[in-house]
Design a protein around this ligand. Structure first.
Ligand SMILES: Cc1cc2nc3c(=O)[nH]c(=O)nc-3n(C[C@H](O)[C@H](O)[C@H](O)COP(=O)(O)OP(=O)(O)OC[C@H]3O[C@@H](n4cnc5c(N)ncnc54)[C@H](O)[C@@H]3O)c2cc1C
Length: 133
């Protein structure tokens, strides 16, 4: 078995220990006496897409445009690809005379199709997981 699969102890520096305290207050004995370094924060990963992800003069990219929960495991890919596609559509407006509205609609359709696909696949995954639980 190589090192990547061998369980290792958590790093014991105060930042890692203080960040990993469980919500119900339980923590390993080794963490006793450590205080949280800052207030706990959260992130909203409700599956959602902006009604309008682009318009004349702007494109929303990444999580600002659409988000599904981390289980999809390709939020970074979506952030990069939506940035690339926004640049592609911007160039179409600036260099090829495509109307800003047409570019915005094309971009939104592309993003919405991706979101709907993710929504459908993740929904199915959770349905299966719930039947196993
Ligand atoms: C727990 C968790 C696990 C995840 N795991 C994965 C994974 O394994 N693989 C994967 O592909 N994706 C994963 N994701 C999703 C991925 O992290 C995001 O989809 C991705 O980072 C989105 O990139 P972004 O650039 O759109 O937004 P962000 O990465 O959120 O970047 C936005 C930036 O803007 C800054 N900002 C916000 N407001 C302002 C402001 N007013 N002024 C200036 N700056 C501002 C923020 O501080 C932040 O740095 C995970 C997400 C979570 C929450």
């Amino acid at each position: 078995m190589d090192g990547a699969h061998t369980p290792r102890p958590l790093p014991m520096g105060p930042p890692a220990a203080a960040r990993s305290a469980a919500p119900n207050g339980w923590h390993p004995l080794e963490f006793a006496g450590l205080q949280p370094m800052r207030q706990r924060r959260g992130i909203d990963v409700s599956w959602t897409i902006a009604n309008t992800t682009a318009g004349p003069g702007y494109f929303l990219t990444g999580d600002a445009a659409s988000i599904v929960d981390p289980l999809s495991s390709h939020g970074i890919l979506k952030a990069v690809m939506s940035g690339m596609n926004a640049a592609h559509h911007s160039a179409a407006v600036l260099r090829r005379g495509v109307s800003p509205e047409a570019a915005a609609n094309s971009y939104h359709d592309w993003l919405a199709r991706w979101f709907i696909e993710d929504h459908s696949r993740l929904g199915e995954l959770y349905r299966v997981a719930n039947t196993l639980a």
